[in-house]
Design a protein around this ligand. Structure first.
Ligand code: SF4
Length: 494
């Protein structure tokens, strides 16, 4: 990590009477600096009179001192945590414990938006929503926060009785109009890139996908707004990361890519849909410097792609690989999941076959395979970890997933295969679907977390949910639960 190469960090000096706000990404710098939501909060707070906002990452002073001035966290008045991945809460908990921080602790981010219950013990205020759509920051910092403000969840005031009485917390949505005009450019997940968020939400209907659910509806930024930001920061870096869950669905995606390329930018789209790739588009991306293409078939077989409603066919993927070869792409990354409903050995063989077909076109194929985490608010929320509809046996089903991993490793020799530990996904599932008692698992630390699932009797959060009342039902993302039920029934019948 080279902080010295950062362009644009704010060095606002703290003066007597100013309040200090810590913006904490409880993971590594590389991920934090690539998060445009955090960049928005950073600029917003620093533009307010009387407040200084500084950043914290786990690989800079262990997350205990700020990046900008090295000030210890305990000297700050407010700490804003962004929980992007379930396991980040272990780091956040560690930072809170070790820093002696005694100010106001606030948390937001997708994990909090999904289900705040496992996290609430560690924070004073939680925010459910997209920060640009709210006066949350101003109200909180000036002490005028009320839980009447949309998206505000104050754990000490939220009793089960209130929730049972039908109080639902409505997620705040932003209109996604203006784009952040200036930003820190550092060495992040997309290299030293300008981040351009072209859209939020997704117009597709993949049944496992929590992103489409918690960022619904699909919104696109106007091409002119995006290009103006790119134009104004030209010369600072020659790379652009296009941010959106499914960027190639933007109605003006091709024009945006072409015009950014004309400005001299190299473009990294986070991933492209196989059915949206065409020769002209890929030729331009390759001419601008793209070397590697990421595709997410998610499942190897047509049958399972239908079950998850991915909407991409075998032919789409092979066609995309053909076009990639023609354009001079040197590497393809393929993302798959296992533990899908109705999965059998033939479906695993299909992952191998599809990957092998792609490899015939492009020599370097990197494959990432992860077990499905059946996420809250999705049609798959009723499934077990492992993809079962009405049964779950902790020992048997974890073993079964590990056997699938072994099978795939054995048959994917010659590929660059990345498969994380099954146990980690079980922990993620428990944190994402759990109730308040999951805080004990978090307090027990990451190293013991998998073992603690049984010791703390938390296996029930890995099981299929038969009950229609789910722990996270009090978070209102604006969908009708009956629709999810119908989608779920369709998927397990298909
Ligand atoms: S998986 Fe991708 S394409 Fe499917 S709904 Fe989610 S964001 Fe959209």
């Amino acid at each position: 990590m080279e902080l010295s190469s950062e362009f644009n960090p704010i060095s606002k000096k703290w003066k007597r009477g100013f309040k200090r706000v810590a913006l904490i990404y409880p993971n590594r710098y590389i991920g934090g600096i690539s998060n445009i939501g955090l960049q928005y909060i950073y600029y917003k707070i620093n533009s307010m009179d009387g407040y200084v906002c500084e950043r914290f990452y786990t690989d800079v002073f262990d997350g205990l001192r700020s990046v900008e001035s090295g000030t210890p966290l305990r000297d700050f008045d407010f700490a804003f945590f962004s929980i992007q991945y379930e396991e980040d809460i272990f780091n956040a908990h560690e930072i809170i414990k070790r820093s002696d921080f005694s100010g106001l602790k606030v948390a937001g981010g997708p994990c909090i938006m999904e289900n705040p219950l496992p996290y609430e013990k560690f924070f004073d205020v939680l925010f459910i929503g997209e920060i640009e759509g709210s006066y949350f920051i101003e109200s909180l910092l000036t002490g005028s926060l009320s839980d009447d403000l949309s998206g505000v969840y104050i754990p000490s005031r939220e009793s089960d009785a209130r929730i049972i009485a039908g109080k639902r917390i409505k997620r705040v949505r932003s209109k996604l109009e203006e784009h952040l005009e200036t930003q820190i450019i550092g060495n992040g997940a997309y290299g030293r890139s300008l981040l351009l968020e072209i859209g939020r939400g997704c117009c597709r209907n993949c049944r496992f996908c929590v992103v489409r659910q918690i960022y619904f509806p699909c919104r696109w930024r106007d091409k002119e707004i995006i290009l103006n930001v790119a134009e104004s920061l030209k010369g600072v870096t020659d790379r652009v990361a296009i941010i959106s869950p499914s960027p190639s669905d933007h109605p003006q995606f091709k024009e945006i890519v072409f015009e950014l390329t004309d400005m001299g930018y190299t473009i990294s789209p986070s991933s492209l849909r196989a059915d949206k790739i065409n020769q002209e588009l890929l030729d331009v991306l390759v001419a601008s410097g793209l070397r590697s293409l990421t595709l997410a078939p998610e499942a190897g077989s047509e049958k399972l792609r239908e079950t998850i409603n991915k909407g991409i066919s075998y032919d789409d993927i092979i066609n995309a690989a053909d076009i990639a070869k023609e354009s001079g792409i040197s590497k393809i990354k393929l993302y798959f999941m296992i533990g899908l409903p109705g999965e059998d050995e033939n479906d695993l063989r299909s992952i191998v076959e599809l990957s092998s077909e792609v490899k015939k076109k492009i020599k370097r194929v990197e494959i990432s395979i992860n077990p499905l985490v059946p996420k809250p608010h999705t049609p798959f929320q009723w499934l077990s970890f492992g993809g079962k509809v009405d049964e779950f046996d902790f020992v048997r089903d974890i073993k079964e997933l590990k056997e699938k991993v072994k099978f795939l490793r054995r048959h994917l020799k010659g590929f660059d295969v990345k498969i994380d530990k099954t146990e980690d996904f079980a922990v993620q599932t428990v944190i994402s679907r759990g109730g308040r008692e999951v805080s004990k698992l978090i307090e027990g630390g990451k190293r013991r977390a998998f073992r603690n699932i049984s010791e703390l009797n938390l296996e029930k959060y890995l099981m299929p949910f038969e009950d229609d009342d789910l722990p996270w039902d009090f978070i209102d993302h604006g969908y009708k639960k009956e629709r999810l039920r119908r989608e779920f029934e369709k998927s397990v019948r298909s």
